[in-house]
Design a binder for this molecule. Structure first.
Ligand code: FES
Ligand code: FES
Length: 158
């Protein structure tokens, strides 16, 4: 079968892979790189469970073909921990009870991370609008919004 060579940086590591031309980034992450934080739920770009950050932009990895990320810098939820310490969003999601089944959590966190990376003090409305692109069937969103607000505070004072 024809394959395409693709190189990119993921979670601060350079990788080079031979992939199928129509292979999605979500498949590559989960099945080749064993990074299973990004989840497949709808597989259609509707739920956000598969969100990862590509060149600073949160993207639905089920809609991205891996050959499209040639040369990109990608962060997944597995890459958020630094020096053995969880990212503030990971801490506050746990502390605020913003995780129930957890299926949406990595996508929510990566969507929120991209927001906090570009805006240090987002308003509540900006947080709500941003995470409204991700579906959570469990939490009712209130605790997720509180977790993002608290993480923003901690990151601003760090
Ligand atoms: S699995 Fe990608 S958006 Fe739902
Ligand atoms: S915690 Fe279950 S879908 Fe969000």
């Amino acid at each position: 079968m024809k394959t395409i060579k693709v190189s990119f940086n993921i979670n601060n590591e350079d990788v080079a892979l031979d992939v199928r031309p129509y292979e999605t980034l979500l498949e590559t992450l989960r099945e080749r790189l064993f990074l299973t934080g990004a989840k497949e739920a709808c597989g259609l770009g509707a739920c956000g469970a598969c969100t990862v950050v590509v060149n600073g932009i949160p993207l639905r990895s089920c809609l991205v073909l891996t050959p499209e990320v040639e040369g990109a810098t990608i962060t997944t939820v597995e890459g958020l921990r630094e020096d053995g310490k969880l990212h503030p969003l990971q801490e506050t999601f746990m502390e605020k009870g913003a995780v129930q089944c957890g299926f949406c959590t990595s996508g929510m966190i990566m969507t929120a991370k991209a927001l906090l990376d570009r805006k240090k003090k987002p308003t509540k409305k900006e947080i709500v609008t941003t995470i409204s692109s991700n579906i959570c069937r469990c939490t009712g969103y209130k605790k997720i919004v509180e977790a993002v607000e608290e993480a923003a505070k901690r990151m601003a004072t760090a």
